[in-house]
Unconditional design. Structure first.
Length: 312
């Protein structure tokens, strides 16, 4: 018979921190990693790109749907993608982790393995954080990045006449979530996309090199996120559904998933005419006006909102 399962409560706060941070690889930008009162990360540009997200069990992930490594990958990816969306290079991740004391220690270690692996894919490192006891698993992630001397790519620079283009998967995570909610077992590609998104981290450098005027991470749905670009830039964004990348695997609701599904963490950008990079797909244009139109009509068809308006 096997021995008793080791729980995080058995390790205590400092034992758990030591277990989770032991052997974490550190990228060249990290001058001092985990183990002191704070980390030291190089900022040769003189500015630091910073972003944070909060993930709560039952709302952002379910442990019966996703393994701990999947949750770690997803938590890191959504923050690293936000850094890339500013045209920056990710450098470091800080992890705040709340866990029930009865959580198996191996579960927490696998979570950290997923976080570390996703950081490695983006060229970043976990440099510190905190752990506390709680009734449900919660992660508070802060990501840092370096602009390398260039100005940030923001949502506010799109101009009439620009071409709107996208990079990375769209709609896959939403389709996978639909499958999980129905208890379906496939297609596996869609389930995997929801559990472990794969942002194209090279997209930021590609967009900057091509002279992008605006860039955003598609996390809340393509239409909703392009609405942020339209509002910040004072323009209208027009989408042509015939140009959208809608693979057959997305099924009959593919167009809806692409337009409204979030959490794939692909990217949308505005480019001057003739400057769309080869790996990107042109899906529309920027025009005078406001809001987002799909095939020439106003669109208000969803997307993610943490605090949706309640009917009165």
């Amino acid at each position: 018979m096997g021995g008793a399962v080791e729980r995080v409560g058995d390790l205590g706060e400092f034992g758990l921190i030591a277990r989770l941070t032991r052997g974490l690889p550190q990228a060249p930008a990290v001058a001092l990693g985990p183990g002191d009162d704070a980390a030291v990360v190089a900022a040769p540009d003189g500015r630091v790109v910073a972003t944070a997200d909060l993930l709560v069990e039952g709302r952002h992930f379910r442990r019966d749907w996703s393994g701990p490594a999947d949750i770690g990958h997803k938590a890191a990816a959504q923050n690293l993608a936000d850094v890339v969306a500013m045209g920056a290079r990710p450098t470091a991740l800080l992890v705040g982790l709340a866990l029930p004391p009865e959580t198996p220690a191996a579960w927490a270690e696998d979570l950290y393995a997923g976080l570390a692996a996703e950081c490695a894919a983006a060229g970043a490192s976990i440099v510190g954080g905190d752990v506390v006891g709680a009734d449900a698993v919660t992660l508070a992630i802060t990501a840092l990045g370096d602009l390398g001397g260039a100005p940030p790519l923001t949502r506010s620079g799109a101009r009439p006449g620009d071409v709107v283009a996208v990079r990375g998967a769209l709609g896959f995570s939403a389709a996978g979530l639909d499958l999980l909610e129905r208890g379906a077992s496939g297609p596996a590609e869609l389930l995997a996309a929801h559990r472990r998104p794969r942002p194209p981290y090279e997209a930021g450098a590609e967009a900057r090199a091509a002279g992008a005027t605006a860039l955003i991470d598609v996390s809340d749905g393509l239409v909703r996120d392009l609405g942020h670009v339209a509002a910040a830039s004072g323009v209208r964004v027009e989408i042509d559904t015939a140009a959208l990348p809608v693979p057959a695997v997305l099924g009959a609701d593919g167009v809806r998933h692409v337009l409204t599904g979030g959490e794939d963490h692909g990217f949308a950008a505005a480019f001057p005419p003739g400057r769309v990079p080869a790996a990107w797909t042109a899906i529309g244009r920027v025009a005078e006006g406001s809001g987002v139109r799909v095939d020439g009509r106003p669109f208000d068809g969803g997307g993610w909102d943490h605090f949706p308006r309640r009917p009165r």
